[in-house]
Design a protein around this ligand. Structure first.
Ligand code: UDP
Length: 253
């Protein structure tokens, strides 16, 4: 596989592209980008992001222009089934990131982490270094900085030249950050990883295998953090209804 995805592997859900790609090919894709020192923005898309991207043009355009867009949320997998695409496994951002870390460890890539609370990022880096000893963490910074600090952060990143930058500022902050700096940080691959640092720091547990197997990770996270309910709940059914209506309208055409 070269570093352009075959067009046939890219599908659209409500006009938002999604790449149908296996984990090993996604890692290979990123590896090619890193080796060629080409910029790469990875989005791990879910229904909430698509629905927000429909309302907010800036976010929508950023999501649509990303270089690799992998199906993270179960809602995206269900939507793909509506379009007749079966047997596509979810590619959760945290699993893609863990596989990338493994690759970074083997290849001794320089990596950076931006986001989460200070104690979380410190603990996450400690755990990552223990699990993936080959990684060279050249940059880490918590995600609670003021706008005035942003240019100094960017200068620091340019100085240390990470090959992959993991950005955990939550959606849409992380996508907007990546897009704002993609020209000046064009030597890096950047991926928005949401709450992954909290998981790596072992402050938040991933859903047990049962929930993951049946695509119910969102349910587990909602039970653990009920405040998420108002974020997720109206979005998922509305998203699925919209996809269904869109599909029916396509049939008529
Ligand atoms: N975060 C941050 N800066 C902010 C807002 C959020 O660093 O201004 C971090 C937060 O500490 C957490 C992550 O971004 O580690 C977002 O986690 P969440 O589970 O909300 O992510 P999502 O649901 O978007 O994947």
């Amino acid at each position: 596989m070269n570093n352009t995805l075959a067009a046939k592997n890219r599908l659209e859900i409500l006009n938002f592209p999604v790449d149908l790609i296996k984990m090993e090919d996604a890692v290979l894709f990123v590896e090619n980008k890193v080796m060629n020192r080409e910029f790469c923005h990875i989005v791990t898309i879910n229904p909430e992001m698509i629905m927000n991207g429909r309302k907010d043009n800036e976010l929508g355009n950023i999501l649509k222009k990303a270089d690799l867009i992998v199906p993270d949320g179960i809602g995206v997998i269900i939507a793909l089934k509506y379009y007749g695409i079966k047997d596509i496994p979810r590619l959760p951002g945290i699993e893609l990131s863990s596989n990338l870390l493994k690759k970074c460890s083997e290849k001794k890539y320089k990596i950076g982490f931006l986001g989460a609370q200070k104690d979380v990022i410190d603990e996450a880096c400690k755990n990552i270094k223990a699990k993936y000893p080959g990684v060279e963490i050249v940059f880490k910074r918590d995600g609670y900085f003021i706008d005035e600090d942003e240019s100094a952060i960017i200068e620091e990143i340019i100085d240390v030249q990470p090959q992959i930058l993991f950005v955990a500022l939550g959606v849409p902050k992380q996508e907007l950050f990546i897009n704002r700096h993609k020209k000046i940080l064009s030597f890096a691959t950047m991926i928005g990883v949401g709450g992954s640092f909290d998981v790596w720091a072992e402050k938040v547990k991933r859903a047990p295998v049962f929930f993951r197997k049946f695509g119910l990770e969102w349910l587990y996270r909602t039970i653990k953090q009920p405040a998420r309910l108002k974020r997720i709940f109206p979005v998922l059914p509305v998203f699925l209804i919209k996809v269904l209506l869109h599909k029916l309208s396509m049939r008529k055409d």
